[in-house]
Design a protein around this ligand. Sequence first.
Ligand SMILES: NC(=O)c1ccc[n+]([C@@H]2O[C@H](COP(=O)([O-])OP(=O)(O)OC[C@H]3O[C@@H](n4cnc5c(N)ncnc54)[C@H](O)[C@@H]3O)[C@@H](O)[C@H]2O)c1
Length: 426
Amino acid sequence: MTRPNSIRPPEGRLAVLLPGMGAISSTFITGVLLARKGLGLPVGSLTQMGTLHAGGRSIRMDEYLPLARMEQLVFGGWDIFPDSVYETALHAKVLEPEHLGPVREELEAIRPMKGVFHPQYVKRLHGTHVKTGATKAELVEQVRADIRAFLRDKGCARAVAIWCGSTETYVAAAQVHASRRAFEAGLRKNDPSITNSQLYAWACLQEGVPFANGSPNLAVDFPAAAELARHHEVALAGKDFKTGQTLMKTVIAPALKARMLGVRGWFSTNILGNRDGEVLDDPESFRAKEITKRGVLEDILQSSDSPALYGELFHKVRIEYYPPRGDAKEGWDNIDLFGWLGYPMQMKIDFLCRDSILAAPLVLDLALLMDLAQRAGRIGTQDWLGFYFKSPMTEPGRTPEQDLFVQERRLKDSLRALMGETTGAD
Ligand SMILES: NC(=O)c1ccc[n+]([C@@H]2O[C@H](COP(=O)([O-])OP(=O)(O)OC[C@H]3O[C@@H](n4cnc5c(N)ncnc54)[C@H](O)[C@@H]3O)[C@@H](O)[C@H]2O)c1
């Protein structure tokens, strides 16, 4: 096995900066703190529990890859509410007191920096812990100053950012997103097409901080961001964590396609009662989510190749805010499929999942893998991290891969290639 010497070693502390410190962020941070003390297992994290084939054997990813260790992570971020991570975790009701108690002091010490918030992009929230500035350009500068101060005060060698903030109202890419120059002019003119998440992303990229986006917001998914990332030689990835229903969809749909079984209808509905559910109850925020959730089936089934099987497919996605469930989401799928001679069949999936429990390990993996990519000089969109996203971002001209197992293979192949390995497919 040859090891390239072009990957900078993971020395020093790594700041994990989280714009949006709500249910997912607090669950992620608590889990890492517990795992560090040997009080919890990081279940769901490939980097901590996964293996790959390399050098003719199966090896744990954290042994094979020069990743930062969980002990080196320092947590920070921004929110529009001032609560400490402990208070947020209590409010989110994802974790039981037995898990919060042993790390209470550490969680209480982590408080979000003031957020950048223009309320028109998240209509259901009324933030109180927000920055003020005459222009969006000024707000970007304030976030940049926060990043520098955080790194300095906490003695961190470098940072990564994972957007865990709310889903914003759907705002399509506009002329202002076409180039770096247009975007910077837009920042100075407070262009309404520039949303909050884009301000954080712009600040991070300018500070050389890799940025991954866990929500459907555009955030870094537009040409000006790609141009800025190239200019500052930064990695980016997105978008929208693939956690529950879409995870299952990207397993089942490829199976039906592999057997050339037809699909006439796929109705997906969700009930959830956390703050994310409340935000998504606003039709304009739901629209952004609907787009990332709906794109998946068409990408997998490719109806133009098999019109007799998928040409009539009716795909509907709903999310219902239902407070009694809290974070314990229920995702139902009804699939109307057909087989030999067109005879109809049905499949029902009822996934009684937990939103933040499924998302937390993705945040950990993305933080470590984005940091690795950055140290290895991988610049721009990290297509190979599509495994983690509902709507995988790609370099222009490439089609996103949605099949979970193809994504897994690409992820592992890319990691082997990064390590200079030429053989050893899983
Ligand atoms: N949990 C999942 O399974 C899952 C899957 C895919 C995507 N997501 C996305 O991940 C994101 C986070 O989910 P969550 O369950 O933690 O939601 P949450 O509502 O608990 O947390 C989001 C946090 O972002 C904050 N926020 C909103 N606008 C902000 C801004 N401009 N600056 C700083 N903070 C801001 C909110 O105050 C809140 O604390 C959402 O966009 C959600 O759609 C979640």
